[in-house]
Design a protein around this ligand. Structure first.
Ligand SMILES: Nc1ncnc2c1ncn2[C@@H]1O[C@H](COP(=O)(O)OP(=O)(O)O)[C@@H](O)[C@H]1O
Ligand SMILES: [Mg+2]
Length: 243
């Protein structure tokens, strides 16, 4: 099957440090693919290059059968690729509901005009219901807990009905109940046909949720396979043991 996302030889250097080193992998449509690796192995930098937040020194990506010459966050969002950040990016001064409407592509000013379409208002309402944020809809997002912010960011990236969602450590620092909530939402969206690429440090969650698992070490792909295969791969064990 044709890959939904193809990462071809991405390389990024920061001064003398090669953070990502000729990294290649693919994400097949319909999968929940994990991208794991020790701290500092380049996972977030790979996400930043895929989504146009960082320009690669070498390499590139294809998405949905097209080479993306100059990835830009807004362009990819329109094409159906969206992401979350390790530190949730939301607009703290806007209400929870307004955050969703802004995510649908309206400017902040547009919120006060009549330009927000009925369809997007309805969609925002659905997202609020689904993520059980309706009771908080009118609160400033700044009032949300850390975990609720991550949930809001997740809901916001779904406003555009993306084909592929990249999640960067969706459960880092959130409580066990919120971890279950995140997992439930990923599974529900996956059932509806959304493909996921997830950076996650909770190995139990990775092992029960994701297949395949891609492993990065020092910026390069060192393994890709089923959770069971990857767990017993000597290269992976060495990477995690700091060899
Ligand atoms: N903007 C930056 N400037 C300099 N070094 C960076 C920058 N971003 C990341 N790095 C370095 O690149 C490496 C990979 O970082 P990162 O992609 O954040 O890893 P991970 O997400 O796997 O923990 C690390 O050594 C990190 O210190
Ligand atoms: Mg990271």
């Amino acid at each position: 099957m044709t890959a939904l996302l193809e990462v071809n030889g991405l390389t990024k250097r920061f001064g003398g440090v090669t953070a990502v080193d000729n990294c290649s992998f693919t994400v097949a449509p319909g999968t929940i693919t994990a991208l794991i690796g020790p701290n500092g192995s380049g996972k977030t930098t790979v996400f930043n290059m895929i989504t146009g937040y960082l320009k690669p020194d070498e390499g590139g990506i294809s998405f949905d059968g097209q080479v993306i010459e100059k990835p830009s966050p807004a362009g990819l969002y329109r094409e159906g690729l969206s992401r979350t950040f390790q530190q949730a990016r939301i607009f703290p001064e806007l209400s929870v509901q307004e955050n969703l409407v802004v995510a649908a592509g309206y400017s902040w000013r547009g919120l006060f005009g009549a330009r927000v379409s009925k369809a997007d208002r309805v969609r925002a309402g659905e997202m609020l219901e689904e993520f059980r944020l309706s009771g908080l809809a009118d609160l400033p997002a700044a009032d949300l807990s850390y975990g609720q912010r991550k949930l809001l960011e997740f809901a916001a990236v779904l406003m555009s009905r993306p084909k592929l969602v990249l999640l960067d450590e969706p459960t880092a620092g959130v409580n066990p109940v919120m971890i279950d909530t995140m997992e439930r939402h990923v599974r529900a969206r996956h059932k509806e046909g959304v493909t996921f690429l997830i950076v996650e440090h909770d190995m139990q969650l990775v092992m029960r949720l994701c297949d395949p698992v891609i492993v990065l070490d020092r910026g390069a792909t060192i393994a890709m396979g089923t959770p069971a295969d990857v767990q017993i791969n000597p290269l992976v064990l060495d990477a995690y043991l700091g060899d």
